[in-house]
Design a protein. Structure first.
Length: 460
C-alpha cells in the first residue's frame, strides 16, 4: 500500500528506491506507484493486453483493432457477380377474393405472368371460379373480331415500293398495269393455300344480262380456266400465245372464249390450270412493261374495244371479283383491293357508263329524258353526280344524254351515293340494281337508268 503522512502527501513520491525512479516517470516512462523501481518497459511487458504499459486501446493514436480489438469488415461481393444462382423467392399466396377479381383480366390476357400462374393454379382447386373463368373466356371471343388469314392488300404494294426505292428496276411496270399485277398475285396466294379437293368445289359465276340476273355453274378450277381464256384476249393483242391453242372461237367475246376453252378440255379443269394461268399473267405483265406509259393499243372483246391501259384495269377488276367468288366457295377470307387500285377500277366503270346508257337507250331499255338525248360532242348535258364513299371513293359527273357529252354541274339532275365496294359489286352483277344500298335524290328515272347501266357492265 501507499503510505501517506499526516499532511496527505505520498511518502514514496520523494524517496524511491533506486534514486531516479521518480524522474523516469517524467522522462517518458510511467513511474511505479509502489516504489519498486521497475521501468515502464518492464511494466509494459506485464501490462494488460491492448496497449503498451497497460494503457487502454486507442491511446497514443493506435488504430482500433491493431492489437486484437474490433475490425472493420471487408466489402462483400454481390451474389449477382459471383456466378452463383439467385435464391428462389416463393410468391406470396393471393387470397380468394383477390384471385376472383383477377378473373376478368386473366380472360383478356392482361395479367402479369405471376398473377396468371396464381389464377390458373386456383382454377384447378375452385370449381366456382373455373366456371366463371370459362364464361368470361367465351364472352371475350364474342368481343374480338376474327382475324383475316389474308395479308393486307396494301402490304405487297408497300414492300415493292420500298424495294424499288432502294433499287429502281431497269424496266419498270407501268402504273396502269400494277392493279393487274397485284390482283393476280393475291389470287395466286389464295390458290396456293387451298387443298387439292377445294379445286372441285362448286362456284356459281353471276352477272346481269337483259335487266335480269344470269349465272353459270362451274368449279374453282373452272373459274381459273375462265380467267385464263379471257386474259388471252390481252395476250393476243401483245403477240403472246393464245391459251385456246388450236381451238377456234367465233369472236373474242369473254363468254364465247370461255365456252370454247371448256369444250376443248377432255376432262374438267383441275389444279393444273393454275400453272398455265400464272405463266400467262407473268408474261402479260412482263410484256406490257416494254410498251412504256402509252398503253393505247386497242384490245378487242368482240362487240367492244378498250385501250390496253383500260383493258388491264378491267382484267384486274375481273380477277378480284372471281377471287371473291372462289374465296366464298372455299370459306377463305378475302379483302378488297387497295384504295388506289380500287379508285382506278371505279373510274373505269364511271367512264364506261355513258356508252352503256346510250346502248340501253338504243335498245329501248332507258328513258330518253325530258329533252332530246342527242347532245353534240363536247357540249354539256344532263348529268348525274355519282358519289362513291369509303375506300377508293370520289365524285364523277355522268353525262346522261350522249356518250360524247360533258358532265356539267349546272345541268345536274340527280345525285347518287354508294359505297365503293358496293358499287363494284353492282358493276360485277352481284348486287341487283333495285337492292343497291344507295342514297338517292333528284330525277328517279335518271337514277334508275344509271344503276341498271352499272349492272349492265357485268358479263361472264
Amino acid at each position: 500500500m501507499t503510505a501517506y503522512d499526516e499532511d496527505g502527501h505520498d511518502d514514496n513520491a520523494d524517496t524511491g528506491t533506486n534514486g531516479d525512479n521518480g524522474d523516469n516517470g517524467a522522462d517518458g516512462g510511467t513511474g511505479n506507484a509502489s516504489g519498486t523501481g521497475n521501468t515502464c518497459e518492464d511494466d509494459g511487458a506485464r501490462g494488460p493486453a491492448g496497449g503498451p504499459g497497460g494503457t487502454p486501446p486507442g491511446d497514443f493514436g493506435t488504430p482500433p483493432g491493431a492489437f486484437g480489438g474490433p475490425r472493420i469488415p471487408l466489402p462483400r461481393v454481390s451474389v449477382e457477380d459471383s456466378g452463383r444462382p439467385l435464391p428462389e423467392i416463393a410468391p406470396a399466396a393471393l387470397e380468394h377474393h383477390v384471385l376472383t377479381s383477377l378473373l376478368g383480366a386473366w380472360a383478356l390476357a392482361a395479367c402479369s405472368a405471376p398473377e396468371a400462374a396464381a389464377v390458373e393454379d386456383h382454377l384447378g382447386e375452385c370449381d366456382a371460379c373455373a366456371d366463371e373463368a370459362s364464361r368470361l373466356r367465351e364472352a371475350v371471343t364474342l368481343l374480338q373480331r376474327p382475324e383475316s388469314l389474308d395479308l393486307d392488300p396494301g402490304l405487297r404494294t408497300r414492300v415493292l415500293d420500298g424495294c424499288l426505292e432502294r433499287r429502281p428496276p431497269r424496266i419498270p411496270v407501268p402504273e396502269w398495269a400494277t392493279p393487274y399485277d397485284a390482283e393476280t398475285a393475291r389470287l395466286d396466294a389464295l390458290l396456293q393455300d387451298i387443298g387439292d379437293s377445294d379445286w372441285h368445289t362448286p362456284v356459281r359465276l353471276r352477272w346481269f344480262e337483259e335487266d335480269g340476273p344470269a349465272s353459270r355453274r362451274t368449279t374453282v378450277a373452272g373459274v381459273i380456266a375462265h380467267l385464263l381464256a379471257v386474259d388471252g384476249a390481252v395476250a393476243l393483242t401483245l403477240g403472246l400465245t393464245d391459251p385456246l391453242g388450236g381451238t377456234t372461237a367465233p369472236t373474242r367475246a369473254p363468254a364465247v372464249r370461255t365456252e370454247a376453252y371448256w369444250r376443248a378440255s377432255r376432262t374438267p379443269p383441275t389444279r393444273l390450270v393454275r400453272g398455265s394461268w400464272r405463266e400467262q399473267s407473268h408474261d402479260i405483265v412482263r410484256t406490257v412493261s416494254f410498251t412504256g406509259d402509252a398503253g393505247g393499243m386497242p384490245v378487242s372483246y368482240g362487240d367492244f374495244e378498250l385501250p390496253l391501259r383500260d383493258a388491264m384495269l378491267d382484267r384486274a377488276f375481273e380477277c378480284w371479283v372471281h377471287a371473291e367468288d372462289i374465296a366464298d366457295a372455299v370459306d377463305y377470307p378475302y379483302e378488297p383491293p387497295s384504295a388506289r387500285h380500287l379508285n382506278g377500277m371505279i373510274d373505269l366503270a364511271a367512264r364506261m357508263l355513258p356508252g352503256v346508257l346510250a346502248a340501253r337507250r338504243r335498245a329501248g331499255l332507258a328513258a330518253p329524258g325530258g329533252r332530246p338525248h342527242l347532245v353534240p360532242a363536247g357540249e354539256p348535258g344532263r348529268s348525274l353526280r355519282l358519289e362513291i364513299e369509303g375506300s377508293g371513293g370520289g365524285e364523277w359527273l355522268i353525262p346522261l344524254d350522249s356518250p360524247g357529252a360533258v358532265g356539267s354541274v349546272e345541268h345536274e339532275v340527280a345525285h347518287v351515293a354508294l359505297d365503293g365496294v358496293e358499287f363494284c359489286r353492282l358493276a360485277a352483277g352481284h348486287v341487283p340494281p333495285a337492292e343497291a344500298a344507295a342514297g338517292q335524290v333528284g330525277d328517279r328515272e335518271a337514277i334508275r337508268d344509271v344503276l341498271f347501266a352499272a349492272a349492265g357492265l357485268s358479263r361472264m
